[in-house]
Design a protein around this ligand. Structure first.
Ligand code: NI
Length: 138
């Protein structure tokens, strides 16, 4: 970690009260860490906007494995991108439904494309890409 800098921030009292209530609910014990997390979150979002930046994230999929050829299709797509898909967790939620969580890493543009293709596959009931960071830039 680099040297610590102290800054003063002028903020509307009502807004600050709302911020304090929000961060208390989320379990923060001080404002500084909450501010730092907000800043980091914005930096992560910004990194994902650059197509060539190296990113990491997870893709969550819920689907019915009885839908014809769906499991095979999703597995084929994952094999096509084995460089970007590092790991897959599969949970059989009930008799019909499966939950998969894929850990993805690579260029932001490639990772987004893979996530979009998986999520938009016919028969996938719900899907979401969660973006995060390799941590090296923060
Ligand atoms: Ni399953």
């Amino acid at each position: 970690m680099s040297e610590l800098s102290r800054i003063g921030v002028a903020i509307d009292s009502n807004l600050l009260a709302k911020f304090d209530a929000l961060i208390a609910k989320r379990g923060y014990t001080n404002r500084s860490e909450a501010f730092r997390d907000l800043i980091r979150d914005e930096l992560v979002e910004t990194a994902w906007e650059k197509p060539d930046s190296q990113v990491v994230g997870t893709v969550t999929l819920v689907y019915d494995h009885h839908v014809r050829m769906l499991s095979e299709k999703l597995t084929d797509m994952q094999h096509d991108h084995f460089h970007q898909i590092l790991s897959t967790l599969h949970v059989h939620l009930d008799h019909d439904n499966c939950l998969e969580v894929l850990v993805v890493r690579g260029k932001a543009s490639a990772v987004k494309k893979i996530a979009d293709a998986l999520i938009s596959t016919k028969g996938v009931k719900h899907g979401r890409l969660t973006i995060t960071t390799t941590g090296s830039e923060l």
